[in-house]
Design a protein around this ligand. Structure first.
Ligand code: GLV
Ligand code: MN
Ligand code: MN
Ligand code: MN
Length: 420
């Protein structure tokens, strides 16, 4: 163990320690000069080892579950008392910021450190989920779905960009796919789940508020669309003989924007596009695009997906293309537990100076592990101001002062839950 680091960390304030550790984890990346940590990678193993050390130093016993999630526990042992789970995730998107998920895990460790000597009617656990983002296999919320006992056996055959299946990745990481059911938590062993997370949008920053209660989490679906035309000579092929897959994909991306903009609280994003053969002098013959679709309500999201499919059918028919779509991820909207919304609100009111009346309440447009974990226990979330609302980007930020408020609000929420 690096003694200097531990000594320095122990004289910091909790918020300083969270900020310094976010910087430290940012250096554990599969890429040079950026941040990328995906599920079941060497970085996953390294980060779990380091964060487990921090959990133990804060008074927890630690284990890695059958899905690779890291769990720390303080207070009564499993079986002796149920646990209030605090947590978030440690995986990232490509070229990520350093706070999405990570700050929530590190803040939770500080809350346990602060409360471990207090008598609470439940154990405290910190769960660091893996693969909230779905960066490697397309399907998101893998770790939290395993913890919810909602693992779909069809996922074993999902592949990453190198063609490695999820099953092979489990084996390479040293996990046994046959034991995935061991990761499932039982509702009777849980008191609830509380997650602190940066907002990933501009509302708190624009409203000059540091913290908010989350009321619900948007529903999401993710698809991969394959568009097939014909690759031909870029000089010799007249326009009326072309079946250009890229132009079809481009029209589809614009249609997604047009359809979603006309809706309330629906956003659709084409974030990936590959064309084949991908040569300067060849009309693109194939295009592969992703679609990420989110809505406040499942019904609106599903209706918009039907409209988008009609648009795709019309564009491809007009251009002489064929198309198919595969769904790779679906998560229903989740309403946060009213009791946990109440205790998070109490936590915020107790720490934000001059805050009269109710704490601000926001709906989360981004996805979170609570979407999967909500099927086994109530979910509550605390949002922290995210300057400029920028996230999934290296400039993602949060201030140390807001992290300090967030840690104290989360600790107050835990205390409020203890007497609720
Ligand atoms: C997770 O960050 C998501 O994509 O919502
Ligand atoms: Mn994210
Ligand atoms: Mn996140
Ligand atoms: Mn192709």
């Amino acid at each position: 163990m690096d003694r200097t680091r531990v000594t320095r960390a122990s004289v910091m304030t909790p918020a300083e320690r969270v900020m310094a550790r976010c910087d430290e984890l940012a250096r554990i990346s599969s890429t040079e000069g950026g941040i990328e940590r995906v599920y079941l990678s060497p970085e996953h193993a390294r980060v779990n080892r380091l964060v487990a050390e921090w959990m133990r130093e804060a008074g927890m016993t630690t284990r890695q579950d059958a899905a690779g999630n890291l769990i720390g526990r303080a207070g009564p042992a499993a079986g002796e008392a149920p646990a209030l789970v605090l947590g978030s995730h440690l995986d990232t998107v490509p070229d990520a910021g350093r706070y999405d998920g990570i700050a929530g895990v590190l803040m939770a460790i500080e809350v346990v450190r602060a409360l471990r000597a207090e008598a609470l009617p439940f154990a405290l656990e910190v769960v660091a989920f893996w693969d909230e983002e779905g960066t490697r296999f397309g399907r998101a919320l893998l770790g939290s779905s395993a913890a919810a006992g909602a693992w779909d056996p069809g996922w074993w055959e999902l592949t990453d960009a190198a063609g490695t299946t999820l099953r092979e990745a489990f084996l390479d990481f040293g996990l046994d796919p046959g034991r995935i059911g061991d990761a499932a938590r039982r509702p009777g062993d849980l008191v609830g789940y509380l997650e602190a997370h940066i907002e990933q949008g501009p509302e708190l920053d624009e409203g000059d508020e540091p913290l908010a209660v989350v009321s619900s989490i948007a529903s999401a679906r993710r698809f991969r669309l394959d568009i097939a035309g014909e690759a031909r000579h870029a000089g010799g092929t007249p326009y009326d003989r072309r079946r250009d897959a890229l132009l079809g994909a481009a029209e589809i991306a614009l249609a997604v924007e047009r359809v979603c903009r006309a809706e309330h609280h629906i956003v659709g994003t084409v974030g990936e596009l590959q064309i084949h053969p991908g040569a300067i002098n060849v009309v693109p013959g194939d295009a592969h695009l992703s679609l990420d679709l989110r809505g406040e309500f499942d019904g609106d999201r599903d209706r918009v997906w039907r409209v988008i499919q009609n648009e795709v059918a019309a564009v491809t028919a007009r251009r002489g293309l064929t198309w198919s779509a595969r769904e790779v991820h679906e998560a229903s909207a989740v309403f946060c537990d009213p009791l946990l919304q109440g205790v998070v609100g109490e936590g915020i009111r107790s720490v934000v100076p001059d805050r009269a009346g109710e704490a601000p309440t926001l709906f989360s447009r981004a996805g979170h592990d609570g979407m999967a974990f909500a099927s086994v226990t109530g979910v509550g979330m605390l949002f922290l101001r995210n300057p400029d609302g920028i996230s999934h980007h290296p400039d993602e930020a949060v201030s140390g002062a807001d992290v300090d408020l967030g840690i104290r609000a989360l600790a107050a929420a835990v205390r409020a839950r203890a007497v609720a």
